[in-house]
Design a protein around this ligand. Structure first.
Ligand code: COA
Ligand code: AMP
Length: 633
């Protein structure tokens, strides 16, 4: 039996011992005496009597252990031509100072702070400053528009919002402040203060409730870490569900810190003093866990990269970063490698750099297509490790645990469940699917430490969305199978969540925007396969009766104008990141006899998979009329 099997078995046979041992890697103000509190299922809690501070563990602990001069965070920004290294001491001091700023603004234990920032070190500093105070941060991805930001502000009710004057997308400057002002105007819950970091690329006009980051920091008194309960929330991270209303995934403190600290050596094979480069965004879970918290909890060095893999200035930037900082493990989404392959199919850029320190490439966020897997493996000649996880789980569910034992790689599979994850595949009746057969992928409760205890202020939705389909199991929302060797294959979402360039989006949210246009009677948005982005949304709208007869409406160009207006509405209300660029105006949508739109059937036709037409189809002629529009071109 291999090392992986031993470790996995240990986690099953004595869960308490396994996780208390893992928790021992951290400093606790009060060490937990129990790992799991299962007294109130389905609400499980980890290390319930423990007390901790996550920022202390990420920073002060390493300084106190003599690692103060080691690089903690390297900011590399080709779009602004900036490189800056923060040692552990410097980062701790910056975080303590900004925690002082927040405390001066009245932020304390349990208060929420929304962070809406581009990929700059201050985003991580703001997150860690919240953690230092026991305040709950909620980072909103910069690519979301004002309305999405407003929905999150409304739900989290933050005392303070932290933002920057602008983000930089390639050569474009995206002004954040007008988006923030608009979001606050739309929100019912107004924050007391906005702290704005002024960037030289665009200086924001300040209002009466705005505080300038630099000025506030200059006069702040640094704040010490505050002891919190292990079960106190560290953050809320909103993610897309099937409806437009985002779900606030709550993360606890002690369980999350334990799981992340365990994962660094065991999954990513990165230890103190070694460097990990995670090319994602702090607005996503990957950024929370593997740009900010996990590398710092492990005493490693993290690279925070502002830019894209291709474009400004060229397709060599990932390789440059890896060679310049001696990166040991790199982590990004497959889409980034598809972008690199398109730009540089022969890997000429990669060959210009010394990549001898690179041991692994980890990919997650969407399905890793075999072609991209092969291209990356052949180019880099190192293990290319697909692994599967979600915002909800906080760390990987299924992976190849490189630090324990590198298991055989089966292209198309993220390999095997990690300790703590009891993964099953169930059929629609809740029976175990035979090996190799598709079904719903579920995790038997309780979920391990690091995963989510509930949704923010919404236990009911937590139970309804995730725990009620199959009693005793967490519904991942992904479909797939487990083969006879225990390898998990994740085939895609079984709900209407889509994944565009590694970004998780709700088609329901986009439908709500399209449906709000006065000329639209009904609509559907589906995710269709795309070679570069994995999936892209496509919209279908049915016009209200009489629209085309309306005076002027039938004039030439009306449909083009409507399509452009709808695209712009989604861009303005959801954000550019939605990438909804293709909308078809159709006479009707295919439905069941009970009136449910057959999105799955539409998706199948669009992807060229001829799924059987459901027997519940109401009017076959509607679907037949749609086929030529849907078919892949
Ligand atoms: N602020 C403002 N706008 C943003 C933004 C941000 N933080 N992030 C993205 N956008 C905009 C982009 O500029 C683009 O706008 P456009 O339609 O006007 O060109 C749009 O949102 C779509 O962005 P994106 O999906 O990122 O597409 P892209 O073509 O700009 O880049 C990739 C594609 C593959 C190169 C890029 O998505 C990537 O590197 N992804 C991999 C890493 C990753 O982010 N993973 C996430 C989870 S692991
Ligand atoms: P997010 O919550 O944004 O991290 O998105 C999670 C979703 O991305 C999952 O539910 C999957 O649908 C998809 N996903 C993430 N990683 C993988 C992977 N390795 N293989 C297939 N799908 C993945």
């Amino acid at each position: 039996m291999g090392r992986y099997e031993d470790v996995f078995r240990a986690s099953v046979e004595d869960r308490e011992r396994f996780w208390l041992n893992a928790a021992g890697a951290l400093d606790w103000h009060r060490a937990p005496t129990r790992a799991l509190d299962d007294s109130n299922p389905p609400f499980y809690r980890w290390f319930a009597d423990g007390e901790i501070n996550v920022a202390h563990n990420a920073l002060d602990r390493h300084v106190e252990a003599g690692r103060g001069d080691q690089a903690a965070l390297i900011y590399d920004s080709p779009v602004t031509d900036t490189r800056r290294t923060y040692t552990y001491t410097q980062l701790r001091d910056e975080v303590a100072t900004f925690a002082g700023v927040l405390r001066g603004l009245g932020v304390g234990l349990g208060d929420r702070v929304v962070i809406y920032m581009p990929m700059i070190p201050e985003a991580a500093i703001a997150m860690l400053a919240c953690a230092r105070l026991g305040a709950v941060h909620s980072v909103v991805f910069g690519g979301f528009a004002a309305k999405e930001l407003a929905a999150r502000i409304d739900d989290a009710a933050p005392k303070v919002v932290v933002s920057a004057s602008c983000g930089i997308e390639g050569r474009r400057i995206i002004e954040y402040k007008p988006l923030l002002d608009k979001a606050i105007e739309l929100s019912a819950n107004k924050p007391q203060t906005q702290v704005i970091l002024q960037r030289p690329q665009a200086v924001a006009a300040m209002g009466p409730n705005d505080a300038d980051w630099a000025e506030a920091a200059a006069s702040a008194t640094p704040a010490d870490p505050v002891t919190v309960k292990s079960t106190d929330p560290l953050y809320v991270l909103y993610t897309s569900g099937t409806t437009g209303r985002p779900k606030g995934v709550v993360r606890d403190s002690g369980g999350y810190a334990t799981a992340l600290a365990w994962s660094m050596p065991n999954v990513y094979d990165v230890g103190p003093g070694q460097t990990i480069f995670t090319a994602s965004d702090v607005g996503w879970v990957v950024g929370h866990s593997y740009i900010v918290y996990a590398p710092l909890l492990a005493g490693a060095t993290t690279v925070l990269y502002e830019g894209k893999p291709v474009g400004t200035p060229d397709a060599g930037q990932f390789w440059r970063v890896m060679s310049e900082y001696g990166v040991r493990s790199m982590f990004t989404a497959p889409t980034a490698f598809r972008a690199l392959r398109k730009e540089d199919p022969n890997g000429d850029y990669a060959r210009r750099y010394d990549l001898s320190g690179l041991r692994y490439l980890f990919l997650a966020g969407e399905r890793l297509d075999p072609e991209t897997y092969r291209w990356a493996s052949e180019l880099l000649k190192i293990p290319v490790i697909d692994h599967w996880w979600q915002t909800e789980t906080g760390w990987p569910i299924v992976a190849n645990p490189a630090g324990i034992e590198l298991l055989e790689i089966k292209p198309g599979s993220p390999t095997r469940p990690l300790p703590g994850w009891d993964i099953r595949v169930l059929d629609t009746d809740g029976r175990p699917a035979p090996a190799g057969e598709d079904g719903a992928i579920v995790a038997k409760l309780p979920l391990p430490p690091g995963a989510f205890p509930t949704l923010w202020n919404d236990d009911e939705r937590f139970v309804k969305s995730y725990l009620s389909a199959f009693d005793g199991y967490y519904l991942t929302g992904d479909g797939g199978r487990i083969d006879a060797d225990g390898y998990v294959f994740v085939m895609g979402r079984t709900d209407d969540v889509i994944n565009v360039a590694g970004h998780r989006l709700s088609t329901g949210g986009m439908e709500e925007v399209l449906a709000s246009h006065p000329d639209v009677a009904e609509c559907a948005v589906i995710g269709v396969s795309d070679q570069m982005k994995g999936q892209l949304p496509r919209g279908f709208v049915v016009l209200k009766a009489g629209v085309l007869d309306r005076e002027g409406a039938a004039t030439e160009g009306y449909e083009d104008r409507l399509r452009a207006a709808l695209v712009q509405m989604v861009r303005d209300q959801v954000g550019a990141v939605a990438s909804l660029k293709e909308i078809s105006i159709v006479p009707a949508l295919p439905k069941t006899r009970s009136g449910k739109i057959l999105r799955k059937t539409m998706r199948g036709i669009a992807d060229g998979i001829d799924e059987p037409v459901p027997s519940t189809l109401d009017d076959a002629s509607v679907l037949d009329a749609l086929r030529p529009i849907l078919r892949p071109r």
